[in-house]
Design a binder for this molecule. Structure first.
Ligand code: ADP
Ligand code: MG
Length: 698
């Protein structure tokens, strides 16, 4: 496709479009607003809005929408047309600065976790000029933050932006200490690698569980799964290839830097990796990517599954969040660099991250907690829900030598004095040497791998930015007041690493031995969302969020509540869907087959009395008893669903109930249904099986 450069960003009101279409002064003040966050004067906003509208109308738009990310986890839009009546008969296309800057969606049914009750009834959306407006479905989409009238964040973007500012502030202080007075801004950079499944759309539509809940609630293991490892990086099938090409093109038009597409471990599983961007833009782009994936899949007769665990017993889907910090002059702060000064600065940032991750394991863990991700983290076939850091042998050796007060001993270098000598060359790890680590250093960035495939990356990055800002602040405080900078620097590196090195683990994170070892080290292990989320509102966490201006106490508590509510709702819907499928599909199909077997015996033996009908009789006996148990467990499941009501009012209790009672009963019931499925005549089975779906795309 040689028209890529023309296509790229063609649906985006980006800097070059702005430059071409805005008067010089307007362009300049808009750029100032984008870079430094200075407010935009109303007359400037009017000029920008008008240029945006003209550009959008030329591209076929009739409507605009503020595009935002409420706590539902998906994006929201409210479309308005550009039409403006004049002289009672005609309309013109109008779009004012006021409409660009502020919107008032009817927000009453977005989750607010009690915030709106406490504060104001309505919310408003506010233009985020740092993320480009774009055209989607003939509509001009304007990325916005979503807040209550008293300024409380009701969305995922607002705290992310605040956390980027917090990190910028503290990182700049550290840079100044190392003599960098040129850098004006430190950006958080993020590249999220997105995993997903593609299956045949007709099959998808036949599965009520996939349609209602995003995952299969039943399904026996197929004869072939992922054991042959023949899918990973394998040849991409023509239908998938066509999908990927179309997807890339759609994303490029939207300015999303989709770069790599390949097959993943499980059959029908794939991955898309974009080139990294500023965290806020990366978060917007990832939401868009997920939306476009679903849309393009439908065009190709496919369904894109973004759930963390669509199929039991088959690899789940995650989202690897590659994270780093870089200056506005393009220097990556997690690049070890060549000179002693760069190395010392790098080590300080590195140790700050180690300390932050160790101190705030709870927050990182809960930032990826959801009903879907519970099937990956801490579940029986996935990595444990324990946070640890992979540094690699070379870097660990450097830090160990600092810890032991010894000079670093490398082959070609006898001694290493931090701040004086240069680090030995550290091999850049681009090959995921340790794929089991939840938080791995990969040469010049960290890869946080615990995110589920559906999750918005806003929250994990908001947490990362805030906890790192918090540690950087304490380091900067000490260094600014130090008598001798180098001595204090060495003390900080030593003390911080020594205290927090328990979080560093370079071994295989998937083994039971690690779970035991982690417990000995005192690391947190929070296997489910019900256990993890309540940590959000611990007093020390609230204090830190407030201190850095990222979240108020009320915002933290409301977020915690909303997420626990979402968790309960998700499991509740899954349980109801199960009962629906059991009563309307599974039990009737099994029972029908039982009667088929019965009539076969009667008619066969009438025609041929010597026939033993062993298969029919054995199957009948086993099937009949399984149906009885399934019927019984279904009844218990229904009672458990009804009992959830009694826990309402105490969201933590309710979350534990759905996890420890409802979910356990769902698993028990499913296990019986999965034993029945392979016994029943395929023509009677009411929906596609795992084998059908996983190998449905050719
Ligand atoms: P691979 O894993 O395929 O070898 P990389 O590790 O270089 O490739 O990149 C994986 C992801 O990490 C990509 O999305 C890439 O853009 C992103 N990435 C690379 N450098 C950075 C960085 N400095 N900050 C954030 N993300 C980055
Ligand atoms: Mg990678």
């Amino acid at each position: 496709m040689n028209k890529v450069p023309e296509i790229f960003g063609s649906m985006v009101f980006n800097e070059s479009v702005m430059k071409a279409r805005l008067p010089k002064d307007t362009f300049k003040s808009l750029m100032r607003t984008r870079k430094a966050g200075t407010p935009l004067a109303p007359e400037v906003a009017n000029v920008v809005a008008n240029a945006m509208k003209d550009w959008a109308v030329e591209h076929g738009c009739t409507h605009f929408t503020h595009w935002f990310q409420p706590m539902t986890g998906v994006t929201a839009e409210k479309h308005d047309s550009f039409i403006y009546p004049i002289d009672g008969e005609r309309v013109i296309m109008e779009f004012s600065g006021k409409e660009l800057i502020k919107g008032e969606p009817d927000a009453s049914s977005f989750p607010s976790g009690g915030l709106r009750a406490t504060f104001e009834a309505r919310g408003y959306t506010a233009w985020d000029p740092t993320s480009d407006a774009f055209i989607k479905d003939d509509t001009l989409c304007i990325p916005t933050a979503f807040c209550s009238y008293t300024g409380e964040a009701l969305d995922k973007k607002t705290p992310l932006l605040r956390s980027m500012n917090a990190l910028n502030k503290q990182a700049l202080r550290v840079l100044r200490l190392f003599g960098d007075f040129q850098t004006q801004r430190v950006h958080t950079t993020v590249g999220p690698e997105q995993e997903y499944f593609l299956i045949d759309r007709d099959m998808y539509l036949k599965r009520r569980d996939l349609v209602y809940t995003g995952r299969t609630l039943f399904g026996a293991k197929p004869p072939k799964g992922q054991e042959m490892e023949d899918h990973y990086f394998g040849v991409i099938k023509p239908k998938v290839k066509a999908f990927m090409e179309d997807l890339d093109e759609e994303l490029w038009k939207l300015g999303v830097l989709a770069k790599t597409e390949h097959n993943e471990v499980a059959p029908s599983q794939h991955e898309l990796a974009p080139i990294f961007a500023d965290a806020n833009v990366a978060a917007d782009h990832n939401q868009l990517t997920m939306e476009v994936m679903k849309k393009v899949a439908a065009r190709h007769g496919l369904a894109c599954l973004l759930h963390e665990k669509p199929f039991e017993g088959v690899n789940g889907s995650g989202k690897h969040n590659n994270w780093s910090m870089s200056t506005d002059r393009g220097a990556n702060l997690l690049d070890p660099g060549d000179s002693p000064r760069e190395n010392a600065q790098f080590l300080l940032f590195l140790v700050a991250i180690i300390e932050a991750v160790d101190e705030h394991q709870d927050l990182l863990r809960l930032s990826v907690a959801s009903a879907g991700n519970d099937h990956r983290l801490g579940a029986n076939e996935a990595p444990p829900a324990i946070i640890s850091i992979f540094l690699g042998d070379e870097l660990t050796a450097v830090l160990e030598s600092i810890d032991q007060g010894k000079d670093y001993d490398a082959k070609d270098r006898e001694v290493l004095k931090i701040g004086v000598d240069a680090l030995p060359p550290l091999p850049k790890d681009t090959t995921d040497r340790n794929r089991t680590s939840p938080f791995a250093f990969t040469g010049n960035k960290f890869e946080f791998r615990m995110l589920g495939s559906t999750v918005s990356i806003a929250c994990p990055n908001m947490i990362l930015n805030t906890i790192v800002a918090d540690v950087l602040e304490s380091f900067a405080d000490r260094l600014e007041n130090a008598e001798d900078f180098t001595t204090e620097l060495n003390t900080i590196l030593h003390d911080s690493y020594h205290k927090h090195k328990r979080i560093v683990f370079n071994g295989d994170g998937y083994t039971d031995a690690w779970v035991k070892e982690a417990e000995k080290r005192g690391l947190l292990n929070l296997p489910s969302t019900a256990e993890a989320l309540p940590y959000y509102a611990r007093p020390e966490n609230v204090k830190m969020f407030e201190h850095h201006g990222v979240l108020t106490g009320d915002e933290v508590r409301s977020r915690c509540e909303i997420q626990l509510e979402n968790y309960c709702k998700q499991l509740h819907i899954e349980a109801l869907t199960m009962v629906d499928m059991l009563r309307k599909q599974i039990l009737p199909a099994a029972s029908k087959y039982l009667s088929v077997l019965g009539s076969t015996i009667t008619t066969t033996q009438a025609a041929y009395p010597k026939a033993k009908c062993q298969y029919e009789k054995d199957t009948m006996e086993k099937l009949s008893s399984l149906i009885d148990s399934l019927y019984k467990e279904t009844g218990i499941l229904e009672t458990d669903i009804a009992n959830e009501e009694s826990k309402a009012g105490d969201i933590e209790k309710q979350a534990h109930y759905v996890r420890d009672t409802l979910f356990v009963q769902m698993e028990k019931t499913r296990a019986i249904a999965d034993q029945i499925e392979p016994m029943v005549d395929k023509t009677l089975w009411p929906y596609p099986t795992y084998g059908d779906m996983l190998f449905s795309v050719l």
